[in-house]
Design a protein around this ligand. Structure first.
Ligand code: CIR
Length: 299
């Protein structure tokens, strides 16, 4: 079955999604844990999330849980995939750095994406800080991503403008600010952090985006792909869900997902998947400058 698609020529019509099972260690050892995780509930929430992708007709690759990496469900952080081209990152927290090994195996060896890897030891770079809008790449400067990380993204994707944006409070830029449609950004007004970052983007970007503002901070993290907006459920964030539905529902399907157990480890919707189309041929100019090279130690 061909995947459901959104607007013709959208850069966000994808054929593939990579996700990971949740290890038992997530419940006790994930970074930033607050509250007691109900691991069964976490897994059923995760299943509902994965089922949305399956319902879109895309190929979903589910990586086995890795007990050595309590945060391994957050597959967005060890890699960035833009226009089907992968950059393996240098996760900013040392406990997560070796998560790149299985992501490298999946993207490079199994899916055979055009592939680069950051090797500069000065780089800190989490995929959660990288927001591709279709026109440019905004990179959050956070506790997990530094200036060298922004430069690595710039070097890897010379086809797009790349701009560093100071993260105002949350873990990552995308924790509280995401793409929710074509040329449309979703931000929240709850704490002010999200809105501050939106203003920084307005000031730094030469592009103009339509904006959707939601009342709940965590509801500003949505996944937009294949004509669908995956957001927090009406049960968990009723007002935000209503606003997203009102403002985007005429153009896209809006699907709500419960997220309570993933939020206990600062997780969000974008961070649990990598979404892309495998390029049929490498686009000239997209990744010409090989400033990153691959490490062979885990081939
Ligand atoms: C961490 O602190 O790395 C994880 N507990 C949460 C990572 C969430 N990732 C993301 O938003 N991209």
């Amino acid at each position: 079955m061909a995947p459901k698609t959104g607007p013709a020529n959208s850069r966000f019509n994808f054929t593939h999604v990579v996700v990971s099972e949740i290890p038992d260690s997530y419940a006790t050892k994930a970074l930033g844990l607050s509250g007691t995780v109900d691991i069964n509930l976490a897994r059923s929430q995760h299943k509902a999330y994965v089922d949305v992708f399956r319902g879109l007709g895309v190929e979903v690759r589910v990586l086995k849980a890795d007990e050595a990496f309590p945060d391994c469900v957050f597959v967005e952080d060890p890699a960035i995939v833009i226009e089907g081209h992968a950059l393996i990152t240098k996760p900013g927290d040392p406990s997560r750095q070796d998560e790149i090994r299985r992501i490298r195996r999946t993207l490079r060896d199994e899916l055979q994406l055009p592939f680069l890897e950051v090797v500069d030891p000065a780089v800190k770079l989490d995929g959660g800080d990288v927001l591709f809008t279709g026109r440019e790449i905004l990179v959050g400067l956070s506790s997990r991503t530094n200036k060298a990380g922004v430069e690595a993204v710039q070097a890897a994707f010379p086809g797009f403008p790349v701009t560093g944006i100071e993260v105002a409070g949350p873990l990552h830029l995308k924790t509280l600010l995401t793409l929710c449609g074509e040329d449309t950004l979703c931000a929240s007004i709850e704490s002010g952090d999200s809105f501050t970052m939106l203003k920084r983007i307005d000031a730094a970007s030469k592009f103009t985006y339509r904006r959707v503002l939601v009342p709940d901070d965590m509801a500003a993290n949505v996944v937009y792909m294949n004509g669908t907006v995956i957001c927090k459920s009406a049960t968990e964030s009723p007002d935000s869900f209503r606003i997203l539905k009102e403002q985007l529902g005429h153009e896209y399907d809006v699907v709500g997902i419960e997220l309570s157990e993933m939020e206990k480890a600062v997780g969000s919707l974008t961070c649990m998947s990598l979404r892309f189309t495998k390029p049929t041929k490498i686009k000239p100019g997209t990744m010409q400058r090989l400033v990153c090279r691959y490490e062979s130690e885990d081939a």
